[in-house]
Design a protein around this ligand. Structure first.
Ligand code: TTP
Ligand code: MG
Ligand code: MG
Length: 411
């Protein structure tokens, strides 16, 4: 097994389980098969769908949808609470199988991981055969289906694993890259959310082929620092290595306001929007069960900054509000930047993120409001505006979403 050679010759496999939590539930109780099933919070509260099986998807149900809404779309929907421990065990088993083919394995969440098999001599060195074998072994040994994408880089492998879902596989050979990428709709590109996609559509850009007609300079003029990346992605280029040691430390969102926020009340109003963004990011990163702390960060008009944080395993708005009040009370200046985020650690056993926020039983753990001095806060948080993934906000002046991680961003 050798190190990954030059990026152009890599063989990357991306594996992603099909309706992961629901698959595990159906595996453990086959009577659930064939019936619409959702895993998540209860509909009476403000629980949301963590995931649902493909039968439920026919009704328009999807992850992050309020469970009450899902139930209206499909009254016979079966609803199960998440059983994180089971999912973690399955996740470990799958990763162990992948590791037999290459130690260059990078998990992105419980249900997906990249594998760089460039230097592997298993299956005659064929990435396609390795992916096929992994899928078969996961089915046999873990009892669920995994979809796989095989491609010369992470970006394409990730798109490919989604191409023939569920229980499918798609291979983008190096010779196929140009054709494959040119027909890709721009919304498939990592970092292109609704806002950026709408901006592109207004400029007549629908596919990567359209993007390819733009120079990197022109893209940078319109999309800022995301321009160069867009240029590369539109040509199917992605040099990121599979990084087996990467560990995400926190997820946060922040906004610099065009006009300073002059009162606590003004901050509270804006915080609602930030929290909504943060929830989405956490869901996307599937990091809800690894939340250990909550923090609110303020930068004042005189550029001084402060961070208030507390131990917390859920995003309860009441806690966020307490932290906001705490941080806001430390200066008499108006606020030019506000951020909210979570610090991550090993998975916790609760699964309260999908329960009604603020309604969860507060555990016997006392909120420990810690003042973090400026230097420490700077150390803990990424540079302002550093995007791990250029988010939808990339096209919104004055807004930046950030998330610090020690390695490359997720594709
Ligand atoms: P995904 O891989 O995004 O979705 P999935 O495996 O359920 O379905 P697909 O076949 O489309 O891959 O997420 C993996 C698991 O992460 C999912 O089973 C439940 C959890 N999850 C959440 O809890 N909340 C979310 O918003 C999302 C997207 C996933
Ligand atoms: Mg999945
Ligand atoms: Mg996934």
């Amino acid at each position: 097994m050798s190190d990954s050679p030059s990026s152009a010759n890599r063989k990357i496999i991306h594996c992603d389980c099909d309706c992961f939590y629901a698959s595990i539930e159906m595996r453990d109780d086959p009577s659930l098969r064939g019936r619409p099933l959702a895993v998540g919070g209860r509909p009476e509260g403000r629980g949301v769908v963590a995931t649902c099986n493909y039968e439920a998807r026919h009704f328009g149900i999807h992850s992050a949808m309020p469970m009450a809404h899902a139930l209206r779309l499909c009254p016979e929907l079966l609803i199960l609470p998440p059983a994180m421990e089971k999912y973690r065990i399955a996740s470990n088993q799958i990763q162990a199988i992948m590791l037999e083919y290459s130690e260059l394995m990078e998990p992105l969440s419980l249900d997906e991981a990249y594998l760089d098999v460039t230097g592997s001599d298993r299956c005659q060195g064929s990435a396609t055969l390795i992916a096929r074998e992994i899928r078969a072994r996961v089915f046999e040994q873990v009892g669920i289906t995994v979809s796989a994408g095989v491609a010369p880089n992470k970006f394409l492998a990730k798109i490919a694993s989604d191409w023939n879902k569920p229980d499918g596989m798609f291979v983008v050979r190096p010779v196929d890259v140009a054709d494959f990428v040119s027909q890709l709709p721009v919304k498939k590109l990592h970092g292109v959310g609704k806002v950026t996609a709408a901006r592109m559509h207004s400029l007549g850009i629908e596919t990567c082929a359209d993007l390819q007609t733009w120079t990197p300079e022109a893209l940078t003029r319109v999309f800022g620092s995301f321009g160069d990346r867009l240029h590369q992605l539109s040509h199917g280029i992605d040099d990121r290595e599979v990084n087996p040691t990467r560990e995400r430390k926190s997820i946060s969102v922040e906004t610099t306001y065009v006009r300073d926020l002059r009162s606590l009340e003004a901050c509270r109003v804006e915080m609602g929007e930030l929290l909504a963004q943060l929830r989405k990011r956490i869901a996307r990163a599937q990091a809800g069960d690894t939340m250990h702390k909550l923090f609110v960060k303020l930068r004042f008009a005189d550029f001084s900054r402060t961070t208030a944080e507390c131990v917390a395993h859920t995003l309860a708005p009441a806690r966020v509000e307490r932290l906001l009040r705490e941080a806001h009370g430390r200066s008499s200046k108006s606020v030019r930047l506000m951020g909210v985020g979570i610090r991550l650690g090993p998975p916790v056993t609760q699964f309260e993120l999908f329960q009604e926020p603020g309604n969860e039983p507060v555990p016997d753990m006392v909120d420990d409001i810690a003042e973090v001095d400026d230097a420490e806060a700077r150390h803990a948080a990424p540079p302002e505006g550093a995007d791990d993934a250029p988010s939808n906000d990339a096209a919104t002046p004055g807004a930046a979403a950030s998330s610090d991680r020690s390695g490359a961003d997720p594709a």
